[in-house]
Design a protein around this ligand. Sequence first.
Ligand code: NAD
Ligand code: TYD
Length: 370
Amino acid sequence: MEFKRNILITGGAGFIGSHVVRLFVNKYPEYRIVNLDKLTYAGNLANLKDIEQAPNYVFVRADICDFETVCGIFEKYDIDGVIHLAAESHVDRSIKDPFTFARTNVLGTLSMLQAAKHHWDGKWEGKRFYHISTDEVYGALELTHPEGIHSDISAHEVYGDEFFRETTRYSPHSPYSASKASSDHFVRAFHDTYGMPTIVTNCSNNYGPYQFPEKLIPLFINNIRHRKPLPVYGKGENVRDWLYVEDHARAIDLIFHEGKVAETYNIGGFNEWKNIDLIKVIIKTVDRILGNPEGYSDSLITYVTDRAGHDLRYAIDATKLHRELGWSPSLQFEEGIDKTVRWYLDNQAWMDNITSGEYEKYYEDMYGNR
Ligand code: NAD
Ligand code: TYD
């Protein structure tokens, strides 16, 4: 079968990648979608059960750092577009094991870029290398408007400088964000040096189905369900800007097709929450759905030693994407959290399959028994 486009999505078995793969496979039957994933601890093919038989979907298990293999995949499927999500993604792990982050996020991205350059051989017409990055590369913001942090788009018009913008200088603090920053620079260097048609987007914290339960929201939903402590780092005062994962996938689709080459777009939820306030919303939602009395799980909150170098606040100004391409988040946070909690409670088998002994042991070493 002839396909109109052959798109390589890396990291498609992970959290965000699986939503992007699903969207593209269903929305574009005329495209062949090749999902390249190493299946690390974070990769899970169960995330893609519903589309694995689709005629326009191919899965290849490979390491992005393996340059020869990646070149072979470009060749075999005649790839003309890349959406690069494969990465080590968890800050706590990066603190323990920065080498793995440098290898996958920096060298792996370079290997992808080199393979694309090799295959496209200067014929850039119709090609696209789209790199998915994080707002964490910008560093940390002050808590300047604590009373107004559940911001909406108008706050960004007024207080623009108090948010991360596309022009904000990079200032990564964690090994994770340092590795992502480095990969972003390599992607831009391939545009500036060789003319490769690249795009970079920097997105805020995602939440939703299929997120690995090392991250705050799925971890806490699962712990409440099992009556386990909820480890709040420090005082729970750090602020994150949360975006429903399907809204991120929609933005990626839009930018892949309509974004301008060599541009950067910030993607965010216009939705800042202090961790402790967010945690209270999660507890309330789980208790309500499980039919527990109000306040039933509040006592699970357990303050623990803060994360080393814990960035105080992330907040994205996504007005450029809104203005230029018409994107905005579709879900209100309360609705997104409700959907997310219901999904994890309805999919316990998915959760139980991945909460392996090794995963528990890793965290015991770091923060004590959960
Ligand atoms: P994830 O950890 O859930 O998934 C990462 C995927 O990459 C997994 O399927 C894993 O198997 C695969 N992978 C890891 N190393 C690989 C390698 N060497 N070769 C091939 N595949 C490999 O991550 P996520 O949360 O879905 O994040 C995806 C991307 O989006 C990352 O680049 C991350 O930096 C970025 N991002 C994430 C968030 C967030 O809130 N989760 C926000 C902004 C940007
Ligand atoms: P996380 O989901 O790891 O995302 P990121 O570090 O990329 O923002 O963490 C979100 C916030 O929640 C962050 O401020 C750290 C905090 N946190 C806790 O307080 N306890 C936890 O067990 C985890 C995993 C995170």
